[in-house]
Write a protein that binds this ligand. Structure first.
Ligand code: GRF
Length: 208
């Protein structure tokens, strides 16, 4: 009997090009995993459309009803968790998910939530990382896949790729070259997890 494949749940708010890279890596046999569900907090996220096109379950979870509750963020995360559990998700991949996950979420998937960030962390966390890199004048930026802990873009680093900044770069041209690297390292990081090769020791991720 073939070995059961790692069940990945992807959370995405927008374009979903990283989701697409994961789907493509699976479809060409480079990544031995399956996407169990794609969840979005945005109804028209292109990511949901990409999921549908590839026969992957897609779920829009509207954050609006949770907005005015004092525990709204946690309650929303519990709703997301319920969908992930329903689809028996083992690893969560955030891919352009524009919400900060709460402790409730992190505790449910300790060292089993990954994120991709378009900078060489710990430089330039948060939004508009490519513009931050240009404004600072760095000559090399890049992208990072990391485990998600509390705090924005601060968790243990799994994989990074460098992207040189060119003299005439704009945020858009830098982003385009960055995405090519993101699309390469995110499926790689998931494969390392699927193979059981990652272990977290303090801030360090050991790759066996
Ligand atoms: C990427 O730049 C990723 O690094 C960041 O958000 C963007 C998502 O792009 N976290 P996409 O939706 O995967 O195309």
């Amino acid at each position: 009997m073939p070995e059961a494949k790692l069940r990945v749940g992807v959370l995405a708010s927008g374009r979903g090009s990283n989701l697409q890279a994961i789907i493509d890596a699976i479809e060409v046999g480079k990544l031995a995993a399956r996407i169990a569900v794609v969840i979005s907090n945005k109804k028209d996220a292109q990511a949901l459309e990409r999921a549908r096109r590839h026969g992957v379950a897609d779920v829009f979870l509207d954050p609006a009803p949770y907005k005015d509750r004092p525990d709204g963020r946690e309650a929303y995360d519990r709703a997301v968790l319920a969908v992930l559990k329903e689809h028996e998700v083992e690893l969560v991949a955030l891919a352009g998910y524009m919400k900060i996950v709460t402790r409730v979420f992190i505790d449910a998937y300790p060292n089993r939530i990954m994120n991709i960030h378009p900078a060489l962390l710990p430089s330039f966390p948060g939004l508009k990382a490519q513009q931050q890199a240009l404004d600072w004048g760095v000559k090399v930026s890049g992208c990072t896949v990391h485990f998600v802990t509390e705090g924005v873009d601060t968790g243990p680093i799994i994989r990074q790729a460098a992207v040189p900044v060119q003299e005439n770069d704009t945020a858009e041209t830098l982003e385009a070259r960055m995405l090519a690297e993101e699309h390469r390292i995110y499926p790689e990081a998931i494969q390392l997890f699927a193979d059981g090769r990652l272990s977290v020791e303090g801030r360090r991720v050991r790759i066996r």
